[in-house]
Ligand binder design. Structure first.
Ligand code: ATP
Length: 323
């Protein structure tokens, strides 16, 4: 094994060890607010609550049984949009749907129902990460159970973003050993990329997100130059007020509705080393990196799950970088 391989492995082992001795509680800020939505709430109202509170997801609570009932995310709204498109005669009912109907909507449009996985906040962080990656969930609720009453409490939700940030901020001594380039370690997706143009309709992009089970699509021009990235959360302002039937806007119009504090998109190149990617994660609000060449041509996508999968599972049986 070359010295660079050895160092890389040492870095990976250091991070894995760190994740085994830390718990999900450690990732949480000292003080935070958590908005939990009752499963009986109308979907339309839940959308307004997300927008008013400037959040993009919330845990759901089944108050009849006193139990955690899943997580509301932008994918659910995308499913409602798909439902309306497949069953336009149902538009009056869409208005009446409650959050508890989301599973029926998934079934009706035939999308894969996501498992409602959750973890106990006191369990090792490694466990939260691997459950998240294996279930393809992008965020996972931390659910505690009262020993005496057996009642569940949703403590918080952790995301791939928070975990990767936590790793980047706290394990620089390990991540700085990861000097291999993303080309060498073959992380990210480089073939058969889903892309869109500024003039494409939001509906078409949503469709390709659902079909491909992805949450971001690079926006390119006719020369394959990257202009922006359309993200699943960009759908939320488009359907504000329940305007599912008015979803005719173009990608360009939808992107113009982004909040002023939108952090922008992040790029990298195939020759960038993993340690420098961690440095970007440490310093910025990165949710994915678009891989480009010197002239901003699109080469690939490096998602947070690609990075986390490599960090957790590389070298283990069954690890395939691009699945
Ligand atoms: P999130 O971006 O919400 O954190 P994630 O990390 O799972 O979620 P996705 O964007 O859903 O990221 O990516 C899942 C897989 O699909 C990754 O392997 C990623 O490289 C790949 N992928 C992401 N976007 C595209 C795209 N536009 N075209 C092709 N593959 C993509």
């Amino acid at each position: 094994m070359s010295p660079i391989d050895e160092e890389q492995l040492q870095g990976l082992q250091g991070v894995r060890e760190f994740l085994r001795i830390r718990t999900s509680y450690d990732v949480l800020p000292l003080s935070f607010r958590l908005i939990v939505l009752d499963n009986d709430l109308l979907i339309r109202k839940s959308l307004n609550i997300l927008i008013q509170n400037n959040i993009v997801s919330a845990p759901l609570w089944d108050s009849h049984n006193g139990r955690f009932a899943g997580l509301l995310t932008s994918t659910d709204f995308i499913n409602v949009i798909q439902y309306y498109n497949q069953f336009p005669e149902q538009i009056d009912n869409v208005e009446k749907f409650r959050l508890s109907s989301l599973r029926d909507i998934e079934k009706a449009i035939n999308v894969q129902t996501l498992e409602t996985v959750s973890v106990h906040p006191g369990r090792p962080l490694y466990e939260a990460c691997s459950r998240m990656l294996r279930s393809r969930a992008r965020r996972i609720p931390l659910v505690d159970v009262d020993d005496e009453t057996g009642r569940e409490t949703v403590v918080s939700v952790i995301t791939q973003y928070r975990i990767l940030k936590f790793i980047a901020v706290n394990t620089e001594q390990h991540t700085s050993l990861m000097k291999k380039t993303i080309r060498e370690i073959n992380v990210g997706t480089y073939n058969d990329l889903a892309t869109c143009k500024m003039t494409d309709s939001v509906l078409d992009v949503i469709n390709s997100m659902v079909v491909r089970n992805i949450s971001a699509v690079p926006v390119i021009d006719k020369n394959n130059v990257v202009l922006n990235v359309f993200e699943a959360v960009d759908v939320i302002p488009c359907i504000k007020g329940g305007a599912y039937e008015e979803l005719k806007s173009t990608v360009g119009e939808a992107l113009a509705q982004r909040p002023e504090d939108f952090p922008g998109i992040y790029t990298c190149q195939e020759d960038d080393r993993l340690d420098s990617i961690f440095q970007t994660v440490r310093q910025s609000r990165v949710h994915r990196l678009v891989v480009i060449d010197d002239n901003w041509h699109l080469k690939g996508i490096l998602s947070l799950s690609d990075i986390l999968k490599y960090v957790l599972f590389y070298g283990e049986e069954g690890y395939f970088p691009m699945t």
